[in-house]
Design a protein around this ligand. Sequence first.
Ligand SMILES: Nc1ncnc2c1ncn2[C@@H]1O[C@H](COP(=O)(O)OP(=O)(O)OP(=O)(O)O)[C@@H](O)[C@H]1O
Ligand SMILES: [Mg+2]
Length: 175
Amino acid sequence: MNAINAVLNRKLVLNSFYILLSKEADTIKVGEVLGRSLKPGAIVALKGELGAGKTVLVKGIAKGLDVNGEPNSPTFVIMNAYEGRVPLYHFDFYRVSGVIELQGIGYEDYFYDDGVTVVEWADRVEGVFPESAIWIEIKIPGKRNTNSNVREINVEGEEKWLSLFRSMVELVLPI
Ligand SMILES: Nc1ncnc2c1ncn2[C@@H]1O[C@H](COP(=O)(O)OP(=O)(O)OP(=O)(O)O)[C@@H](O)[C@H]1O
Ligand SMILES: [Mg+2]
């Protein structure tokens, strides 16, 4: 197979879905739907600037996984684990220097466990994510210094899962 075919084939199984959110409660709702749609073992890689809303999305995911309590930012500990219908492993790579540091904390034990793994600042150490990871980018549109509650979310994942997720989102948010 030549390189162009390889790219085209990848496009067949990978797809993306854009969502425009007007308030924090909507981000929580999308997170909750994510939590309900993810299978044990799923890995969600989050990208987005400081204050984009990654942790807010994780709070929604926790709700969707029936976690008791609310995740907050694990910036200083790299990972927090929560018990739910399925365990939630919440990583933050903001201060992670690279793969070696992650190997030191045994990240594979979590990534390849039957929990759901969600990683903030995933683009800092992209190389540790398997092909099957779901990538979500959150953007604050427009000028940075406006106090806007609008967010753009782009979700990239395997086509079959993505179309299920999309129909679930459409039930809770008028798009
Ligand atoms: N639509 C929205 N979705 C999510 N958060 C929003 C939205 N509108 C406003 N906000 C605000 O944006 C901030 C998002 O903070 P959050 O801690 O989730 O960001 P973060 O991406 O995790 O940042 P960091 O990189 O520092 O971890 C919160 O103060 C939240 O109230
Ligand atoms: Mg955060």
